[in-house]
Write a protein of this length. Structure first.
Lengths: 113, 115
């Protein structure tokens, strides 16, 4: 069966350090992978998309890598700030089209001042 | 929230009653989705629409129906609410024309409690 796995344990990190989250998937061959941020009581917000032929993508302090051989994406927040505290979701496009996504369960990040 | 509203934002209802949740968008996007989010399960797709009057089931569609009579509105109906349908429901929209990004934009959510 298809699975998207993210660490269920919250990541506690000191302000200024780099937070790294992992997204592993099985039985998918995604053309690209997305990352979303979700704050408590709110809907997810799109952050970044990376295509299968891209090894790395950056946006401000965010960096995403995508290794289709390992079936893994890494999400980095450099120089983390307390405002980065949230849950981060990875998502893959589902086979069958219609822009459907399959989401991981998310990984919480807590940045400690 | 990218021109997406959901109503109501909160609702408490009794088991066995019908409930309709509404999603309204002002972005003229083609695709609309209904998800539920529960602890330990993450976001799960209930139903989606790929155009007016074009809908299809997602992974957890049992007990739910949808309708889309206009581009801007997507309704989710629980025909006879059960306690297992207590959840937070999110609507999302996505566009396809001129893009291959597939990113989705989410509404603020509806917290539904079935007692």
């Amino acid at each position: 069966s298809q699975k998207i796995e993210q660490n269920s344990e919250a990541l506690n990190i000191q302000e200024g350090k780099t937070a790294t989250l992992t997204c592993n998937y099985t039985n998918y061959s995604p053309a690209y992978l997305q990352w979303y941020r979700q704050d408590p009581g709110r809907g997810p917000v799109f952050l970044l998309l990376i295509r299968e032929n891209e090894k790395e993508k950056r946006k401000e302090r965010l960096k995403v890598t995508f290794d289709t051989t390992l079936k893994q994406s890494l999400f980095h927040i450099t120089a983390s700030q307390p405002a980065d505290s949230a849950t981060y979701l990875c998502a893959l496009v589902r086979v069958g089209g219609n822009n459907r996504l399959a989401f991981g369960k998310g990984n919480q990040v807590v940045v400690i001042p | 929230d990218a021109g997406i509203t959901q109503s109501p934002r909160h609702k408490v209802t009794e088991t066995g009653t019908p409930v309709t949740l509404r999603c309204h968008q002002t972005e003229n996007h083609r695709y609309m989705y209904w998800y539920r989010q529960d602890p330990g399960h993450g976001l799960r797709l209930i139903h989606y629409s790929y155009g007016v009057k074009d809908t299809d089931k997602g992974e957890v569609s049992d007990g739910y129906s949808v309708s889309r009579s206009k581009t801007e509105d997507f309704l989710l109906t629980l025909e006879s609410a059960t306690s297992s349908q207590t959840s937070v429901y999110f609507c999302a929209i996505s566009e396809s024309e001129g893009t291959d990004h597939y990113e989705q934009y989410f509404g603020p959510g509806t917290r539904l409690t079935v007692t």
